[in-house]
Ligand binder design. Structure first.
Ligand code: FES
Length: 107
């Protein structure tokens, strides 16, 4: 048990360079594996709510599948400017499991 974190999946359920969707509290969260490193963003694009987990990922950037807004997985910031940001979650792989922070990281 990790304080402030919730176990959401076995690590084996997330393949290398793949994405899974988990729920924590009232949030749906997309967890991205990028070459073995994990990133977690709310699975709702700030434009019109597109499912970022269904977007394509390239060089640490996810492209929303609906209208192609692009977000940095590490910061949650839109690549065109800082007027749109996706809430980020802390994510840890430990003991064969994936743990998510219970609340978005405060920016
Ligand atoms: S909903 Fe994501 S770009 Fe429009």
């Amino acid at each position: 048990m990790r304080e402030g974190f919730v176990c959401v999946a076995d690590r084996s359920t997330l393949a290398r360079n793949a994405t899974i969707v988990c729920n924590v509290g009232n949030y749906e969260v997309a967890i991205f594996d990028v070459n073995g490193e994990l990133f977690a963003l709310e699975n709702a694009c700030p434009h019109q709510g597109g499912p970022l987990a269904e977007g394509s990922v390239e060089r640490g950037i996810v492209t929303c599948p609906w209208h192609a807004w692009r977000f940095n997985l590490r910061t949650g910031c839109m690549t065109l400017g800082d007027f749109a940001r996706v809430p980020r979650f802390a994510v840890i792989a430990d003991e064969g499991r994936i743990w998510l922070g219970e609340e978005p990281i405060e920016e």
